[in-house]
Ligand binder design. Structure first.
Ligand SMILES: Cc1ncc(COP(=O)(O)O)c(C=O)c1O
Length: 378
């Protein structure tokens, strides 16, 4: 089976052993294992403490909402529009009804969404703004926002880079305890090695004929095995760190090189533009036809009105996905009439990987499959 993997493989060179000089922007960040930890630390820093209310989009994954709820925050959800915009009247109505302390704004899939009206609302109602750049760190959103000191930006680099960690936080005023902290490479290579072996194992498995790592049966067996062997990749320990890390992984240090980031950004834009053109020829509608300047998305995203295409592609070996898929928060699922758009987006947006290992040759197989699907189901 021709499998198409939805994350890039960590291709290492001897530079791995060199200490990388981080670019200015990455030096400004505080590092955590993941985005959730960065968020919790950041909330505390801007004075949003337990029991306060945070406005959170309903189109979100439960890893974020569960972390906030488990740590004592009250979430008030807002539905978003089908083009990922926010209904400002709806927001104002909620704010006038509830005492809201923080607002989470997500740059979905790395798209450059307009945050300006939300900033204005937050300023007017004295609400702190949390820019969630977890899908979009390549675009460096969150930079140069000095005019709005109360906001924080969070990142999750492992969603883009082949690394295990990369949670990060941009704060405009660093707390004294971390002001002069130098981030070094992690001394223990345990997690880097574990991650690398996992990726090699995944690569080898994909070479076995008839095995499809995206099939429901394979995922079921994988989860069972993980449960039995209690495999833990070092991130899901359940423990939340209350301080930024003094180090990050060797892999993160390696892949945060400017030349690498530039190359993968170019490749992503190229893949996005290629898919946008070809997919439109097949009669599908991209969520956004073209990219704005300096917009480097996580995925190519298009609309499938039937809602069954992702499953079909996965059964055929292509790592497409719905987001957040099964990780949609239970509060949203149990309140279907209030969050119709978020549920529709979860079902009908098809996310196609555009990482640096993919190219028009690989997409040729995808496009052939899409043509077949069209003949079968439309
Ligand atoms: C929009 C968004 N924000 C935050 C997070 C949390 O990031 P992490 O998984 O690194 O904790 C996620 C996770 O999937 C996410 O999709």
């Amino acid at each position: 089976m021709n499998l198409i993997i939805n994350r890039p493989f960590p291709k290492l060179t001897l530079e791995l052993f060199k200490k990388n000089k981080l670019e200015k922007f990455y030096k400004k960040l505080l590092y955590f294992k993941n985005g959730r930890e960065a968020l919790l630390y950041g909330l505390n820093q801007i004075g949003i403490t337990k029991e306060m209310k945070i406005l959170c989009p309903a189109y979100i994954c439960n890893s974020l909402t569960n972390t906030l709820i488990e740590n004592g925050y009250n979430l008030v959800f807002y539905d978003i529009e089908l083009d990922l915009k926010i209904d400002l009247n709806n927001i104002e109505t909620i704010i006038k009804k509830d005492k809201i302390s923080g607002f989470i704004f997500v740059y979905y899939f790395g798209f450059k969404l307009d945050i300006a009206p939300i900033k204005a609302i937050c300023k007017r109602f004295d609400i702190k703004l949390i820019e969630d750049c977890s899908h979009s760190f390549l675009s460096n959103y969150g930079i140069n926002k000095k005019e709005f000191m109360k906001n924080i930006s969070i990142y999750s680099m492992r969603k883009i880079l082949p690394v295990l960690d990369g949670g990060a936080l941009l704060l405009h005023k660093l707390p004294s305890e971390v002001r002069n902290q130098e981030v070094s490479i992690k001394l223990s290579i345990k997690y880097d090695l574990l991650y690398y072996f996992e990726r090699i194992f995944e690569f080898l498995i994909t070479k076995i004929p008839l095995i499809n790592i995206y099939s429901k049966r394979f995922l079921f067996l994988k989860n069972k095995l993980n449960g039995i062997l209690k495999i833990n990749n070092g991130l899901n320990t359940g423990k939340i760190l209350s301080q930024p890390l003094k180090y990050h992984s060797i892999f993160l240090n390696f892949f945060l090189r400017n030349s690498y980031l530039k190359n993968i950004s170019i490749k992503r834009i190229e893949n996005y533009n290629y898919l946008s053109l070809e997919i439109r020829k097949l009669g599908f509608k991209p969520l956004f036809d073209t990219l704005k300047e300096a917009e480097i998305p996580q995925f190519f995203v298009f609309i499938d009105s039937t809602g069954n295409l992702v499953d079909w592609l996965r059964q055929n070996g292509f790592g497409a996905l719905n987001w957040p898929g099964d990780e949609i928060p239970s509060q949203i699922l149990s309140n279907q009439s209030d969050y119709q758009n978020s549920l529709t987006l979860n079902k009908k947006l098809v996310c196609i990987p555009i990482h640096e290992d993919l190219n028009s040759k690989v997409y040729y197989i995808l496009l052939k499959k899409l043509r077949r699907w069209k003949n079968l189901f439309t």
